[in-house]
Design a binder for this molecule. Structure first.
Ligand SMILES: [Zn+2]
Length: 366
């Protein structure tokens, strides 16, 4: 009997659903009715300063279900100016127009310009992001990252979305991302990273930050969300960095011809499953589908019902338990490079537990 698409997306039993984690999603406009129907846990991302407020609200209302992430997504980094003082015109001109624009470029720029907001300064947004993170001890940094193919839209929220030919220069995106990574390391918060067609720059930037922050880098976890790295690049990155996690989605990864190889090649304790969705009901369905897919590829069974950790040996763990454990390892951070003291899982832990280290102990002497 072949499994239909709706079977793949069907939620698991309610007991099992409580252990499902959607490691990257955007249900910022979910209603109370929708949220009450959800039994799984969600890492909810923000993309700019407006939806940070919505994520904050959702996390305050549903602390047991929602882990909030605050940050500035690469698609919105053109609103951010690196220099102060800088006029609106000077800022957008320097981002989008060459020194001698063609009349066509100038026309397109003029049409977009009126709809663009006054730029906000990087030196102003980092302190407000810091304040937001400090007021939420369980919050992390995301969604942040790099995107080489995204084109600036006339209005992101108008459907259908119409695009300009402008993209945001990579140097600009790197500066905004770097400032957010520095803050994440300083505050010891984990990061959810977007990386589209910018694989080399992403890996280089991560290596650069690892060298800059030394052992403090391994205090935090980095999630490569809907990871677009090739299977070989992922393996190399995973070997070099003990704090990176691969997160896979139906919407992005299952469209790629190499997703099975990517998942197969990822270490069992570094893989996460996500929906990357904004509609709450779709978040659950897509996460369940991806969990089933990971289970098939890794040959881990999907649990029909839930038994306590003491009742099942680790080699026989099902896919939901393994991915939940990985989400907890991601949240706990404090990774150790090979050959040093390993952090051992003693879970399960509550996602809203302020002292998330409580479930983890050092395995052996340093
Ligand atoms: Zn996303």
């Amino acid at each position: 009997m072949s499994t239909s698409e709706s079977d793949l997306r069907a939620p698991f039993s309610q007991d099992v659903m409580k252990h499902v984690v959607d490691a990257h999603c955007h249900p910022t406009s979910a209603t109370d009715e929708e949220m009450q129907k959800i039994h799984s846990k969600m890492f909810v991302m923000s993309m700019h300063d407006q939806d940070q407020r919505e994520v904050k609200e959702l996390a305050t209302k549903y602390p047991k279900k929602v882990v909030p992430f605050f940050g500035f997504h690469p698609w919105f980094t053109h609103f951010i100016s690196l220099k102060k003082p800088c006029s609106k015109e000077e800022h957008y001109n320097s981002l989008f127009l060459p020194d001698s624009p063609t009349s066509q470029q100038q026309e397109e720029f003029d049409a977009l310009y009126a709809a663009l907001p006054e730029p906000i300064f990087l030196d102003d947004i980092i302190p407000s992001l810091r304040a937001l993170l400090e007021s939420h001890p369980t919050a992390h940094v995301g969604e942040v990252g790099l995107d080489k193919i995204f084109r600036v839209s006339h209005d992101y929220y108008v459907s259908p979305r119409t695009m300009t030919t402008f993209n945001i220069p990579m140097d600009h995106q790197i500066a905004v991302l770097s400032a957010q990574l520095d803050l994440a390391v300083e505050l010891g918060r984990n990061v959810s990273m977007h990386s589209v067609r910018a694989q080399l720059q992403t890996v280089e930037l991560l290596k650069w930050h690892a060298a800059k922050h030394k052992e403090r880098w391994n205090r935090i976890s980095i999630q490569m969300h809907s990871c677009g790295l090739s299977p070989q690049m992922w393996k190399d990155l995973e070997r070099k960095m003990c704090n990176v996690f691969l997160s896979v989605s139906v919407l992005v990864n299952k469209r790629s011809s190499s997703y099975q190889e990517l998942i197969k090649g990822c270490s069992d304790n570094r893989i996460l499953s996500e929906s990357d969705m904004n509609q709450a009901d779709q978040c659950v369905a897509l996460t369940c589908e991806m969990i089933r897919t990971v289970g098939e590829i890794k040959q881990w069974e999907v649990e029909n019902d839930w038994v306590g950790d003491d009742e099942v040996e680790e080699p026989r763990w099902g896919v939901v338990r393994r991915l939940e454990r990985n989400a907890q390892l991601f949240l706990a951070g404090n990774h150790m490079p090979k050959g040093t003291t390993q952090v051992r899982y003693r879970g399960p832990i509550n996602f809203d537990d302020q002292d998330s280290d409580a479930a983890f102990t050092d395995d052996g002497a340093p």
